[in-house]
Design a protein around this ligand. Sequence first.
Ligand code: XMP
Length: 514
Amino acid sequence: MNHDKIIVIDFGGQYNQLVARRVRECNVYCEIYSYRTPIDDIKAMNPKGIILTGGPSSCYEPGAASCSEELFELGVPILGLCYGAQLMTHILGGKVERASAREYGKTDVTVDNSSALFTDVTKETVCWMSHFDYISELAPGFKSVAVTASCPVAAMENTDKKLYGIQFHPEVLHTPEGSKMLFNFVRGICGCAGTWEMTSFVENQIKEIREKVGDGKVLCALSGGVDSSVAAVLLSKAIGNNLTCVFVDHGLLRKNEGDEVEAVFGPNGNYELNFIRVNAQQRFYEKLKGVTEPEKKRAIIGEEFIRVFEEESKKIGAVDFLVQGTIYPDVVESGLGGESAVIKSHHNVGGLPDTVDFKEIIEPLRLLFKDEVRKAGLELGIPDYLVFRQPFPGPGLGVRIIGEVTEEKVRIVQDADFIFRDEIAKAGLDRDINQYFAALSNMRSVGVMGDERTYDYAIVLRAVKTIDFMTAEAADIPFDVLKTVMTRITNEVRGVNRVMYDITSKPPGTIELE
Ligand code: XMP
């Protein structure tokens, strides 16, 4: 497999995998490495281009993340983004200083269309800025090729050395023409052919899994969600009968979900898999008794999961590998994605117990975003209705119940969620909204029903529009639909007397409510 390769050097910014993903969207293969990677290793990879990412430090401070000056002498085109551009300037003899105010948010920018970075980009366009420091003096040989009202070097280039820098973030959607700029860099300036596709990813993974696993036995943690289903089908294509899928019903699934998963993957389902369903509901409720802290709940659910798998694998005997459907946003938010900060630990990643009875964990989707996982699913021939299923987190309703998780609260949130999903589908909104569900707040308040006073829970409805699940906006659900949902939930779900709609975007909120 001989695809051009772009290397992304990670300096710890939150958007770094987005950079990689935008490169993949240009049909170019891409890998991310820490800034600590030795220069000789980078040379040996023979990249067609290098992108230096953003990062939280100030490049002129002692101990700040840096790279070797030799990198800029390789003759390989390099694009620095935000911190990457500042670092390039700092190392090559220009000046980076602290600005009097942070430049943050959508900003008008004027680009110089004679720069190859800005081919076909509108001269007056919009970009997403997020920086304290700025380039006050260009390094020798560079010229500024974009400006904003407060930033004299919003982009720069030294065409002789094929070095480029952009102060803003072309990788985020808030820079509407950012993808074009990255395309101009990887396909234009670096000259990558654009031969990489999701088929290559699938083929490559199947090949790598076969090499890694050999005749070993593999256990797959199947939840029936998009990620683990794609991981399971990928593994079954690679190793067939050596795969056993274990589906744990932890009692935190959506209403009827256990039976639905069994119908698809079980003995009468669509695939030839070894399928085991473990009904472990009571075991999870027992462990979660009295626990209110969200991270602790995640850790308990994650650990109990692994324990159940260990027990199942012992029954099967000599299991070497465990497969998990971890995807990139899970990795980055758990703080394991290279250099960026921890937001919260996602189940199956940060929640792993210290002692795990498997030789190794395989996470074939670790570098993909949700929509890329769906593309891979379609490549694998998984039916549309499964591929486009909305995401459901590993810890399930455990992250949709504030406070202590009890069987009663699970029942309430399952019933409310069922009604909400039903009404969204009836209103024809299920295709437009990327994720929607009911969660249970821990709030109880006084209400009146008939002539009686009630003191019951408040259900919170959550519905978001998002592309990459890293940022999201609350969906604009018609008020009539919300009112119908409210009426049905308060009438049909025992224990609920209030329904609220959560309009928080991400950030500052998260998508789940925990
Ligand atoms: P948050 O709440 O972090 O959610 O904004 C982003 C996306 O990730 C899903 N999510 C999870 N998925 N294990 C998963 O497999 C988890 O622990 C987990 N927590 C959140 C969430 O449903 C949303 O789609």
